[in-house]
Design a protein around this ligand. Structure first.
Ligand code: ATP
Ligand code: MG
Ligand code: FE
Length: 389
């Protein structure tokens, strides 16, 4: 079964053709990073206008690259939430229109579920016949624990079966990706923050290596606070962000209770200061980035291991943009290897927003006989369809 997937929830425009939920026939992504970098983050009005400009060429390219005709396509799928309303509307409207025009079934896809299904995509594998849509050798194995860490979400989810989600914990304030993006602004490292912080941290580690010192010295130079929130699987990253801001400001000796909370204005001010420091090649920026990354990754990895042990899962999978972080992958496998628990994560290009994962998630719904009517609307605040524990 070939599904045309369309993604337009934020600042990436994607179209992909995926065979049987796993095998890539084409995957095209147009990113707006260059445009939003100027503003230090995504500007919603700009994002939706760009979606409009990119969507048709992106879909045409995906059809061309897959070398297929409309008669080969079995269904059209598009993200209907969560995301920016104006951006979502573009992909959803185009998807529904194509389904109507080509007389194909339509499926609206939950973007977060799609991030999870990125783990079912096979990079560089020739399409194979699929005997049972539920399981093809090489697929992740249920029950599994999924750590979704993206630009707007941080959730630990127990997945017992296809479509069966139990929420174990979530962030109480900032999402992990949001923390990376905001701290990168504070340090003047640009947008998107995740890759920039990872690179700055790697450079600081490389510098340690050059000095014949252990690389962990780079990670420990600034020992940043960790919010463990013991007894829950929840996360919190806003305290860490504030600590980074105060460190940049040089007021870390102030008692925590007298510290003001961080305002957007302050972040902008330190974004300028940080940009200046980064331009001067200040070594501290790399060490601060490494200390911050280590604090985020530590909490994510350890709490994921705790949950994996309690719920006796067979596998752990990562999903969302922050799953691209190499230090997280490394740190989490350190936690899970002693338990002999397999860890999987999508190739980097499937971690951040793409349409291949949309088509994959759609396939598993279509196989259960589901489809949506064409009056389906965007749901910007959509969450995963959780069942009670
Ligand atoms: P959501 O999926 O929650 O709706 P989103 O679609 O904006 O939000 P994604 O595209 O999944 O989020 O992920 C983008 C986020 O991933 C950004 O915050 C970015 O900084 C982060 N990210 C990307 N690469 C890395 C990396 N190597 N290390 C850490 N974070 C990263
Ligand atoms: Mg994005
Ligand atoms: Fe996303």
């Amino acid at each position: 079964m070939l599904v045309l997937g369309i993604e337009s929830s934020c600042d990436e425009t994607g179209a992909a053709i995926i065979q049987d939920g796993r095998y890539l026939r084409s995957n095209v992504v147009a990113s707006q990073i260059e445009i939003h970098n100027r503003y230090g983050g995504v500007v919603p009005e700009v994002a939706s206008r760009q979606q409009l400009a990119s969507i048709i060429p992106v879909i045409e390219t995906a059809m061309e690259q897959a070398g297929c005709d409309w008669k080969d396509i079995s269904a059209v799928a598009a993200t209907y939430g969560p995301g920016l309303a104006g951006s979502l509307l573009v992909g959803l409207t185009v998807g529904k229109t194509l389904a109507l025009a080509q007389d194909l079934p339509f499926l609206g896809v939950n973007h977060l579920e799609a991030h999870i299904y990125a783990n079912w995509l096979r990079k560089g594998e020739e399409p194979q016949p699929v005997a049972d849509w539920r399981y093809q050798p090489g697929d992740p194995v249920f029950p599994l624990l999924c750590l979704i860490i993206s630009g707007a979400h941080s959730e630990l989810v127990l997945v017992r079966e296809h479509g069966h989600y139990e929420l174990l914990g979530q962030t109480r304030d900032d999402a992990a990706g949001e923390a990376f993006d905001k701290v990168a602004r504070i340090l003047g490292l640009g947008y998107p923050g995740g890759p920039a912080i990872q690179k700055a941290a790697e450079q600081a580690e490389e510098e340690m290596r050059r000095q014949n010192r252990p690389i962990r010295d780079a990670r420990k130079a600034y020992r940043m606070p960790r919010a463990w929130l013991r007894g829950t699987y929840d996360f919190s990253f806003s305290g860490l962000k504030t600590a980074m801001l105060h460190l940049a400001e040089g007021v870390t000796n102030t008692p925590p209770e007298t510290r003001p909370s961080v305002t957007t204005k302050q972040i902008s001010r330190y974004a300028r200061m940080g940009a200046h420091a980064a331009q001067q090649g200040a070594p501290d920026v790399g060490l601060l980035a490494a200390g911050f990354q280590e604090a985020v990754v530590d909490v994510l990895a350890v709490k994921t291991r705790w949950a994996a042990e309690e719920y006796q899962v067979k596998q752990v999978v990562l999903a969302g943009g922050v799953a691209a972080n190499t230090r997280l992958r490394e740190r989490l496998s350190e936690e899970l290897t002693p338990l002999q628990l397999p860890l999987s994560y999508p190739p980097i290009e499937f971690c951040t927003d793409n349409a291949a994962m949309i088509a994959s998630a759609a396939y598993f719904h279509l196989c259960r006989g589901e489809r949506h009517q064409l009056d389906i609307d965007v749901v910007p605040g959509l969450s995963l369809p959780f069942v009670e524990k």
